[in-house]
Design a protein around this ligand. Structure first.
Ligand code: NAD
Ligand code: ZN
Ligand code: ZN
Length: 384
């Protein structure tokens, strides 16, 4: 099968390029090569700005493994298929899609197992910022530009493997459903799939950014009785209550460790604790906030290089500790269903969006995220 659309032309467009760690992004003209076999070229319409993008740029080498520069960040997006490469059968130009940092090939042992969403299709390359053939499709000033997590949605066009993109319904608003490409799906699934939060249970969510608020939403949908939101920024509490938090607490208001506060408040600990910050100390606090005999702690916060230490005794007492990537959703297969849930008013997205900015102001989106003033900024790629 041959490619479709303008699949043999190079596209020149604008992208926010990260030339080196710790420096603001630069808006540049980039060339986006045609899609190769089993690849799809996407016109990116909207992208969220996730903590992981910020962290990779400004804390390079701290919590995440090194990935080469220059690169185009962004991995929480929605767009329209512009063209498809040879051998692509499931997509046509004009399809609305969500590119994904977690693949789903549908054929491997992992994709066929209900136990996991960790498909490894093109995994090593995508993590290194390149596609299946060992190169990226984006270049700037004659230099190869790496694709962060294999996606690169801070570009007006990008190319991704056909196993890393979900086709979604044609009436979905791209400037909202882009959030299902990472943060909201992750937090929501951390509660629903990884934690398997039960009706009438007690929960604590650590960190009330987009991932944490989505976890609160998941606990609420699961009909938890008590949902305690924990954050050092009290500005997040109002929104957390709107999403379903029953109590909100700030660790800085107490002289003792926050896990002791949670254990006291709940008469022995919560049934479920969800870590949505990305810090080993908070992961430990979340774990220690759970009730013995059956408490479950789910780690959704991201660190690739740091280690956590936990009390073996607390584990022996019957607690469960688990982690989740992308909330346990099988990306390509499940994201269209999450879009349906949004369209059917079962899942909130609009409430996560605190700002909308054009691509040229993308650095402001990072400032807003870091200062705690935003939950999600949605950046529109096509208007300037
Ligand atoms: P965010 O920056 O919007 O939110 C983080 C929140 O944590 C903020 O509200 C901040 O005030 C709070 N916080 C910071 N220190 C704290 C502390 N000591 N105690 C309590 N709260 C504290 O980030 P986000 O986009 O919601 O992402 C959250 C985490 O999830 C990050 O680590 C991110 O990398 C990770 N993440 C993981 C996945 C995955 O697949 N597992 C996907 C997306 C994001
Ligand atoms: Zn993310
Ligand atoms: Zn697979």
């Amino acid at each position: 099968r041959k490619g479709t659309g303008q699949s043999r032309k190079v596209i020149t467009c604008k992208a926010a390029v990260a030339w080196e760690p710790g420096k603001p992004l630069c808006i540049e003209e980039v060339e986006v090569a045609p899609p190769k076999a089993h690849e799809v070229r996407i016109k990116v319409v909207a992208t969220g700005v996730c903590h992981t993008d910020w962290e990779y740029l400004f804390e390079t080498g701290k919590g995440m493994k090194f990935r080469p520069f220059p690169l185009v960040l962004g991995h929480e997006a929605a767009g329209i298929v512009e063209s498809t490469g040879p051998e692509v059968t499931r997509f046509s130009p004009g399809d609305k899609v969500i590119p994904l940092f977690l693949p789903y090939c549908g054929e491997c042992e992992r994709c066929l197992s209900p136990k996991t969403n960790h498909c490894k299709k093109n995994w090593t390359n995508m993590q290194a910022g390149i596609l299946a053939d060992g190169t990226s499709r984006i270049s700037c000033k004659g230099q190869q530009v790496y694709q962060f997590l294999g996606v690169s949605s801070f570009s007006q066009y990008t190319v991704v493997p056909d196993t890393s993109v979900a086709k979604i319904r044609s009436d979905a608003p791209l400037d909202k459903v882009c959030l299902l490409g990472c943060g909201v799906s992750t937090g929501y699934g951390a509660a629903i799939n990884a934690g398997k939060v039960e009706k009438d249970s007690s929960c604590a969510v650590f960190g009330l950014g987009a991932v944490g608020l989505a976890a609160v939403m998941g606990c609420k949908v699961a009909m938890a009785r008590r949902i305690i939101g924990v954050d050092i920024n009290p500005d997040k509490f109002e929104k957390a209550r709107q999403f379903g938090a029953t109590d909100c607490i700030n660790p800085r208001d107490y002289s003792k460790p926050i896990q002791e506060v949670v254990v006291e408040k709940t008469g022995g600990g919560v049934d479920y604790a969800l870590e949505c910050v990305g810090s080993p100390a908070i992961m430990n606090a979340a774990f220690e906030s759970t009730r013995d005999a059956w408490g479950t702690c789910v780690i959704a916060g991201w660190t690739e290089t740091e280690v956590m230490s936990i009390s073996v005794e607390k584990l022996l007492m019957g607690r469960t500790l688990k982690g989740t990537y992308f909330g346990g959703w099988k990306s390509v297969k499940d994201v269209p269903k999450l879009v349906d849930d949004y369209m059917n008013h079962k899942l909130k997205l609009d409430e996560f969006i605190t700002e909308k900015l054009p691509l040229v102001q993308i650095n402001k989106a990072f400032d807003l995220l870091k200062s705690g003033k935003s939950i999600r900024t949605v950046v529109s790629l096509q208007d300037s």
